[in-house]
Design a protein around this ligand. Sequence first.
Ligand code: NAD
Length: 516
Amino acid sequence: MGVDLHASAMRESGTAYRGVKLLHDPVHNKGTAFTAEERAVLGLKGLLPPRAQSMDLQVQRAMENIRVKNNDLERYVFLSALQDRNETLFYRVVMDHLKELMPIIYTPTVGEACQKFGHIFRRPRGLFISREDKGHIHDVLQNWPHEDVKFIVVTDGERILGLGDLGADGMGIPIGKLALYTACAGIHPTQCLPITLDVGTESKDRLSDPLYIGTQARRLKGSDYDELIEEFMVAVTTQFPGVVVQFEDFANHNAFRLLRTYQDRFCVFNDDIQGTASVTMAGLLSALKVTHKPLTDQKLLFFGAGEAGIGIGHLISGAMESEGLSLAEARQRCWFFDSTGLVTKSRTNLAEHKLPFAHDGVFTDNLLEAVNRLRPTALIGVSGMPQTFTKEIVEAMSSFQDRPIIFALSNPTSKSECTAKQAYKWSNGKAIYASGSPFDLVDYKGQTFVPGQANNAYIFPGLGLGLLVSGAERVTDELFAIAARSLADQVRESDLAVGRIFPALETIRTVSAQIA
Ligand code: NAD
């Protein structure tokens, strides 16, 4: 950026920063990359080491620092600090090394970071809105320094990845997701606002940990909770007109309800329900290019009947309907197995979100038995329960499908229903596999498999960019179906040939633009 551009950018953002103040502003700081001319004009002489260095050199230094760290959590801490002092460099580093760094700024490492958030905490980012702010949320929003906010990712921390209630420590998730809006779809960082609703926690560890960053009280519930959310939604949409609100990692008893309450009133979506559905449907459509079977012939068995599973079930049954089945026929092709067992009509007290998929059938609490009885074409793990797709289950799937589709989507890696290696090995190399968190390449019987990652980042940044440029006022399910088909269309034969049912991560900017 030349001096004039830089100065005008600073005038526009209302921050006529110079000198030390400029170096401490992560949005405009360029570190050692300020040129001699800029240093003279902006009062930086002497405040920086004398040699001006290019962005490439800065990237090289950052990567040296990252690679020398002992573990991924330390890499996360380093990258957070970089984001806090020089956002331009942070995004250059992330974008140039997306495959290497996405697992750090997002799942799986962000999960560990959230678990230890209070212990690795250095500097705040985003807004914390606590239960004490009820009645004054509008005032809290006034403290945010940027006016042109277009994307809010908000969590209440009750169900962080598959890790449970982490309370305010869940802030790592909105921060990480919004970083992906910028890295994957070019949304300006100042248009992104991470928010944590600190409504308490049921986590005993956090309630007694002196370093916990949130309010040490049990969760708000019932009408107190609902009123806080209502005030929040009205306040953010008033303060930031046209903003897209992405609900993230709410527990499923609130997630479905909040989506239903707000999706026709504001521009909102729930990434765990709808984004996951979209990326998984894309994975399934790609897998069908390998099996050469129509979508309407599929029978899916979901292990886990929460936000992810039910969201996928609805989107895919909708897609089957658009390809000729009645909705009832389409739903009949989606079976669910939850913590009690197979979701059948005979069960009492089923949660409301499971009812559309409760079918006639004999109940079993044994997954292997359900697999043998239903003979599904695809088994989709969204349970948060690790190592539950056993050798017997994968072998059973392989005995009645030439190419069994096995998605083990639970995050982080430690929670996945089976690893990529297990799926390939137990299916004798036949499984079409995808996971939620990334797995390394697998060499099996002379073939190298590239396991696909059903990463929501393939969908939400591109979809968000589309919402932004079109000025859409609502986020409909149809948009997620279109995004899924667009993503599947971008998978190449060369991807499928190595077992990857998603495009290479390095192409994600193009993928996002296409989806948008
Ligand atoms: P959720 O809490 O809404 O649902 C979990 C479901 O699993 C519930 O229906 C529960 O009954 C079921 N379950 C729990 N224990 C079980 C057991 N022992 N046997 C069978 N079922 C059991 O959570 P969610 O939002 O649906 O997420 C579930 C998992 O999916 C998480 O690990 C999450 O990280 C992962 N996920 C992956 C992606 C992705 O890969 N893109 C996206 C979203 C969620």
